[in-house]
Every structure is written in C-alpha cells, then in structure tokens.
Design a protein around this ligand. Sequence first.
Ligand code: SF4
Ligand code: SF4
Length: 441
Amino acid sequence: MSGKATYKTFKGGIHPPYNKELASGKAIRPAPVPAEVFIPLQQHIGAPNEPLVNPGDRVELGQKVGSSEAFVSAPVHASVAGTVKEIAEVTGFTGAKVKCVVITPDAEQPEFARKDRDITALSDQEIRDIAREAGLVGMGGAAFPTHVKLTPPKDKPVDTVIINACECEPFLTCDHRVMLERPHDLVQGLKLLMRAVNAKRGIIGIEANKMDAVDAVRGAAKGEAGIEVEILEVKYPEGAEKMLIFALTGRKVPPGKLPSEVGCLVQNVGTAVALYEACAWGKPLYERVLTVTGQGIKEPANLLARVGTPISTLIEACGGFVGQPGKVIMGGPMTGWAQPDTSAPVVKGTSGIVVLTPELVDVGTEEECVRCGKCTDVCPMFLLPNFIVQAVKKGQWDRAEMWGALDCFECGCCSFTCPAYIPHVDYVRKAKAEIAALKRR
Ligand code: SF4
Ligand code: SF4
C-alpha cells in the first residue's frame, strides 16, 4: 500500500500543468476604475436586454441599465456611478459585436449602499425573484440565468445542490481565493440555493490541491444541517457538471439531459456568493472576482473587477505584459476565448485573463491520426473523438452525430493528449453547426 489518499472522481480526463501557484497566494484586491465601462446588454444565455437609459443620463452604482420581459434573460446594472456616454456596438470576448451601455465614471466612486435584509425569512419564490432582479447568472463561464436554474420542472424535484468549487481549469485561482476569504458567504449562498429548490442536501466539491480552502469552508459549514464538504481528485475537467455529479453522488445524467433529470443542481462558487450578496445586502451583480495570470503577466493577481472594464485596464493593473504576449485568453486555457486584442470588456462570466508566452502557444501543426486511441481514453463522455474528426473531414454529418458530436461539451482533453496535434474541438464545433443547419431545413 502506498498510503496515498484517493479522492472521488470520474473516468477519463487529463492532468495538464496547473500553474496555480502564480496567483493562488495573492489576496483579492480591487481593480482600478477604467476611463469608461462598456456594459454588454447581453451577457447571458437567453433573450437580449433592451437599454433602459439614454446618452446623457446620470446613473448610480448598481442601477439597472438593461432588461428584458423574457423569462430566460438577466438584467444588467451599472458598475459605476457616472454618465451614459452612448449605446454603442463593441467587439466582445467572442469576437462578435455586442450592444453596450457605455458609461463615463464619476471621478469619485461611492461604496455600494447595502440594504441589509434578514435572509432567514426569505421564501423560495422571493429568492428566485431576488436572483432575477440582481441579474445573477452562472459565473463559471456558461452565464445561464440563475433564476431559471432555480426553477426546475415540477416533475423533476431537486434533492441535492452541488457547489462546483473544483476550479479545475489551469491557472485560475479566483474561486480558491473566494473560498479562503469569504467561506461564510459561500455557505450562506449554498443555503439560499438549497431553500430556493427545497433541497435537503448541499455538497461543496473542492479539488485536493486546495486543502486550505477545504479547511476554511469546513469551518464555515460546521453545524449547518445537510451541508457536506467533499474533496475531489485533482483532474481536468473535474468541475464539468456531469463529471462532478457522478463523482459526488454516483448519479449519471443521461446524454442531452440536464442535472435536474437526476435530482441535482450545480452552481459555481461566485454565483453562490453573489446570491448571498443579493439576498443579504440587496447588491446586484455588477462586479466579480477574477484572476489575471500567466507567465506573460508581470504581477499575477486576483482582482475584484467591475463588469464592463476593458481587459487592457486589468493587464495594466497587473504590471503589463512580460515581453511580447503569445496569446491572451479570456477564461482558462482549456475552454477560454483567445483575444485578438485587449479591448473586450469583462462580463459576468469572466473568470480570468490568462496571458501565455510565445513558447507555450507553439503546439505544433496538425498531422494525420496515428490511431493511438489516446483521445478515446481521456474523453470523459466516452466518445470516439477521432471518429468524429474523420466523419467531419468527409462531410458525413449523420456519422458525426452518430459518434456523439452533439454530446461533446468541448473540454479539449482529446486535443490536449493527441500526438498528431489534431484540434478535435474545432471539428466538433463544425459538426454541431452543420447538424443544426441540417435540422433547420
Ligand atoms: S470529444 Fe469532446 S467531450 Fe470528449 S474529450 Fe474531446 S472535447 Fe472533451
Ligand atoms: S489521439 Fe490523435 S492520433 Fe491518437 S487516435 Fe486520437 S486523433 Fe488519432
């Protein structure tokens, strides 16, 4: 017996270089107020918002500046006190143009005026209403409106709420810092989530490379009924919904189905804390903790940044680039978005800015598949990624679907492990687009 501890996990996955040490020891500090903030009217999955303000209007910190009547949507709020300069189209982090409320901040920014409320008396419907008013969305990247997630189908009751505290993406450390610095607020946020869906069990799943966070959160959860803190193996993508649910509960979410199918709801650390802030303080989601890091950044940091802040302001706040950057990524290196420049504004789902040096970006050019099977071994969805690629190359969209292209959640494990440098995710995205187009015909 080796005596090495074994932790809960799923089958498949990879162990990329994590590089967490660059920022994990850096306490959260406020990012500077930029010269202008660009609040995208759509930062979520669902219907876009319409602006509620006009050029020249004065706005207060936390004021709602965009909303929609649609249920699947989330309003947006001013992240500064200031004056609306214009409603303009700006290039967002995906490269697409997004309509933004552009605000020129006042020279002096106020503290947020808390409206303290007794959260123990809130009903499930009140919690959902507050989440909606506060513009809460999943802050792990997907940005699905929280009040919608808190409204599962009546015939699919949720008995377990899981907090994804894995932060399995390399480089990112913002959730780790939030757990260390605000464990009480995280636990209170989980209790609100549990009450909103009437779940009796709450699990906070933390990877074993954050044992100090395990201690902090266990301390905050002591004596709280129904809340467990579980340690998970350090492996990517441990925090993916289906993998996390299986690792923690043994339940398998069927292909194409949501976690509510197996009685689970998964939320991210940032979202749970934001729900606590919205319920306890009346604070809308207009700022978030994110990590600015990578070997290409002079002073990696965890920053509390206002939504709408251009990436360039954050990079400057961290001392700037080390030499010429190889790649700037919004989000983590496995699932983030490469940025052609540093103008895109931070949105509610921005967990980090990672700057890679040129040596780390040079991964080699695509070659022919050598049929080694490594991509199949690591795929957490048990797909055959090389078969999907072959089908896409031949334009055989029915076969690409048969091999599971639609079940791929684009984790990138296959590409990471492939000796032939095949960018499987690019092929999968092409297959998804073609299959969707065929189904529309
Ligand atoms: S096929 Fe999709 S789900 Fe499977 S490893 Fe590749 S990217 Fe991940
Ligand atoms: S890992 Fe790459 S080379 Fe190996 S089977 Fe998969 S696609 Fe082919």
